[in-house]
Design a protein around this ligand. Structure first.
Ligand SMILES: Cc1ncc(COP(=O)(O)O)c(C=O)c1O
Length: 375
């Protein structure tokens, strides 16, 4: 992979720690941070004027983001968590209904599902994704299945699901679809009209260089009138009722198009190619180092399009959340690398334009000894 010249200097990441976990919170390029700061300064100079002009500005920002994702039904939400909550609130559910989801679900989404199920009496049906996600998910459909919830790119294991195919199969079975695309914007060329999901949510602050928090909820035309925002304010209809949540800081949403401009200026194909190849490199060197010391179980092949790869640590390593968090902290303190380990021992490596091969070499060189000492 050819490094992107000057990429490291585009970010304000601390120099003493190597960021190998872009996937969790993203990192906002300095240029985009500055745009947001100007917007905030403008808000503080003339608050009344700023808020009077805000709806129109938000509309223009939304149009830019909607064009990027090819949808006519986008609403800004703060984050994927909020988008999922609005979608779940909008689909009527009752005691005779089943909600299908997978064992790769993001934990907070599962919490939301549990609450909605408890409130409505709907039954949750969780299926293991296995090797064939289409077979696994469709195998869980019954005459009562009302809603299917699945990832576009899963969090812990970084798996890319065939969402377009899944949405079509569920539509043919009269099942409403909610796709958690938290990681997709920026990683994939997302075409929401082609995917055709009833609901789809995606974060702009992970891989699309937007400030936090900025995300999109896409809603299919036939659902737009029925969308129930979590907080009721002045906005009427879709998307305004979802977006307008009273007086709060909307500057991340307003600045999101600058992140997209930057991505387009860098060249999305170049960025994606660089990041995916670097993640594959990182996985290989780390897995080889751990395997030589019998400290990992395997490194699943991963998807050649994704900038995230995983290595499964050996038994006894990072099994619980407390153990996983403690390990990450030690890796940060002793090796100067910020990584992510999920309970169950899944180490996830991300790659972004500010990373280089030597970042993963450093981790691979130090991790075996550190893990051995923590068993
Ligand atoms: C698959 C998935 N869904 C949802 C979320 C939640 O995102 P946020 O915290 O921005 O709402 C994440 C965050 O990592 C995620 O990976």
């Amino acid at each position: 992979m050819t490094p992107i010249p000057g990429a490291r200097e585009m970010f304000s990441l601390e120099p003493e720690v190597i960021q190998l976990n872009h996937g969790s919170y993203g990192a906002v390029p300095i240029e985009v941070q500055e745009r947001q700061s100007w917007l905030r300064a403008e808000m503080e100079r003339a608050p009344d004027l700023f808020f009077a002009r805000l709806p129109a500005r938000l509309g223009r920002a939304r149009e830019r983001v909607a064009a990027f994702l090819n949808t006519s039904g986008a609403a800004f939400v703060a984050n994927a968590t909020e988008g999922v909550a609005v979608a779940l609130e909008s689909v009527p559910l009752g005691v005779r209904d089943e909600v299908l989801y997978t064992d790769h679900v993001y934990a907070a989404v599962e919490h939301a599902l549990r609450r909605r199920a408890a409130e409505t009496g709907a039954k949750l049906v969780k299926v293991g994704l296995g090797d064939d996600p289409v077979e696994a998910l469709l195998g869980g459909v019954t005459t009562r299945t009302r809603l299917a919830v699945f990832d576009h790119i899963s969090s812990s294991a970084a798996r890319l699901l065939p969402v377009e195919r899944l949405v079509k199969e569920f539509a043919a079975r009269d099942v409403v679809t909610l796709v958690d695309g938290a990681h997709a914007p920026g990683i994939l060329e997302v075409d929401l009209e082609a995917i055709g999901a009833d609901f789809w949510v995606g974060n702009l602050h992970k891989w699309a260089f937007a400030p936090r928090p900025a995300a999109v909820l896409h809603v299919a035309p036939h659902w737009r009138e029925r969308v129930r925002p979590l907080i009721v304010s002045y906005g009427e209809g879709f998307p305004e009722a979802v977006e307008w949540q009273g007086t709060r800081d909307y500057t991340a949403m307003l600045a999101a198009p600058y992140g997209l401009d930057l991505l387009e200026w860098l060249g999305p194909e170049r960025v994606r190619g660089h990041n995916a190849a670097l993640a594959a490199y990182g996985q290989r060197v780390v897995a080889e180092a751990l395997d030589a010391a019998s400290l990992c179980v395997d490194a699943p092949p991963g998807d050649p399009r994704l900038p995230m790869r995983v290595v499964r640590l050996a038994a006894g390593l990072g099994r619980t959340k407390a153990q996983a968090d403690a390990l990450c902290e030690q890796v940060r303190d002793r090796l100067g690398c910020q990584i992510k380990i999920d309970p169950g021992g899944l180490l996830r490596l991300s790659a972004q334009i500010y990373n280089q091969t030597t970042d993963y070499d450093r981790l691979a060189a130090g991790l075996p000894a550190l893990l051995r000492s923590s068993i």
